[in-house]
Design a protein around this ligand. Sequence first.
Ligand code: PLP
Ligand code: SF4
Length: 373
Amino acid sequence: MTSTAKKEKSLRRLSELADAGLIGRERIAALQQVAARYAVAITPAIAGLIDETDPDDPIARQFVPDARELHGEPGESGDPIGDDAFCPVEGIVHRYPDRVLLKIVNACAAYCRFCFRREKVGPGRGALSPRALAAALDYISSHPQIWEVILTGGDPLVLSARRLAALAREVAAIAHVKVLRVHTRVPVAAPQRVSPALVRALRVPEKATYVVLHVNHDRELSPAARAACARFIDAGIPMLAQTVLLRGVNDNVETLGALMRALVECRIKPYYLHHADMAPGTAHFRTGIGDGHALMRALHGRYSGLCQPTYVLDIPGGYGKSPIGPNYLTADGTMIEDFNGCTHRYPPQPNAAPAVGDIGAQPLISATVNERK
Ligand SMILES: *Cc1c(COP(=O)(O)O)cnc(C)c1O
Ligand code: SF4
């Protein structure tokens, strides 16, 4: 976009955001408290995606601080998914028997305003110390049930290729660990960081590496972001995507469908659609679960199976993630809903009357098929 500041370095100070036209100068004072509490950084790649003339820009909404972040709501928590109770040693979260999170760094390239770890992440909250990392790797080594290690943070890909290569080698040296998974937003927020050296760093012999991209809007998949993802995939690293359902960003079927299609076109399989967590000051981002169900039904009705993520809720208090529907089968398992919203008895009863709502509600396409028989 226009200013050189916006092109070359991340915007961190409110005055820089104002210079770049992302906030009005008159808002600086009101936002000081927000910026003091939650980290702010907008990378050149993200700034370049924002249309500052659009007050409802879905990219700006995700990254530009907002005074509403100071308004807490009952039920919100600085540890919304209950990681702290499952932290046996610094940097490890071990909630599910077969996999652990390894939070190697608490910084990100750009800070999402709805971040579920917003009380923990920020610049200067550096990487795990060598001593803490050694203890974390010891923990993994001494627990043979750990089949998968998930590098997260913060964003692990803010670390140098050299450090990531060393870490990947150490994890790969643990015989019972078969899968290395990396959770990142860097291909979107700072695509130039995905260098050939960084890709090589994560590709460890004899182990499977997966990269899971956090992406919420199809506009985030810029040509540079797509090229960064292609570098992973072409190197034999499959990619999945996780998306947070966010009010005013992607809570309509056109936007969500466009994102899922763009991902599949990039050879990235949509994995999870997260219901927004109850992180402090994020009520303005949360939808109802009913809204999520309506969107999932609409996605199922209109888009390829490849475009379907699983809608999940991380249960507050540390109980883990569960799929939250919608459900197409009745609780007693006797009725199933099709992609057009018609219900059918299961198992089918050839001599019984068709399910209520089946006739008349028949969609055009099945009617044509039936006529041809
Ligand atoms: C989300 C999460 C995982 C990964 O869960 P998957 O369902 O395998 O993607 C693992 N550990 C913790 C603590 C998590 O919060
Ligand atoms: S990239 Fe992830 S950890 Fe970093 S600010 Fe965004 S949601 Fe939080």
